[in-house]
Design a protein around this ligand. Sequence first.
Ligand SMILES: N[C@@H](CCC(=O)N[C@@H](CS)C(=O)NCC(=O)O)C(=O)O
Length: 205
Amino acid sequence: MIQLYGLTISNYYSLTKALLIEKGLEFEEVKAPPTQEEDNLARSPMGKMPSIGVDGQFMSESLAIASYLERLQPEPALLPSDPFAAGKVVELACHIKLDIELVARRCLPEAFFGQSVSDETKAATEKDLHRGMQAVDRLLVCEPYAAGSSITLADFYAFYCFGLANAISQKMFSLDLMQGRPALAELMARLAEHPSIAAVEASKG
Ligand SMILES: N[C@@H](CCC(=O)N[C@@H](CS)C(=O)NCC(=O)O)C(=O)O
């Protein structure tokens, strides 16, 4: 049985939980906040969440975990069988994660945790978000899923990364990342109804 460590407040924890459900794998949730304590660092060397446990061994980073789950339980496939197409799905997931979510996250302390970030950080975040969105616009297919006709790993990154990034963007910059992107807005609505994602969101109460 796989252990999933972390907290439901984390978008990457929720993403990983949705992947486990999507793959029909048995798992148990273990509440584990992000800390720099040795037990957490043993699971996740940066002390972040999520991480998983498998027979006493640990793994962090959602993309690494997704890669493991894909090989452990190939069906339903979340990567195309064509090697190049599979690489393109991971490319899209990486840009969504690194150039949208990680950028918006710089303003997370002010947007949702009552702290403040510098004006320089805000200005750089807004500028970099525009650049990231333009990059992702070039790769998103949305016909009807993020990378094409069937749901892939990129859709799980789209749902959980755009969800957080857009909440931050709207709060900090009054900028709705879905504005002028009807296909992306439709994709997010479609993904919210996808059974594994809907189950994760419903479990948050
Ligand atoms: N690249 C990591 C990101 C994980 C991450 O950013 N986790 C956040 C919560 S969503 C966290 O643990 N933050 C606490 C910290 O940075 O110390 C992944 O894909 O799993």
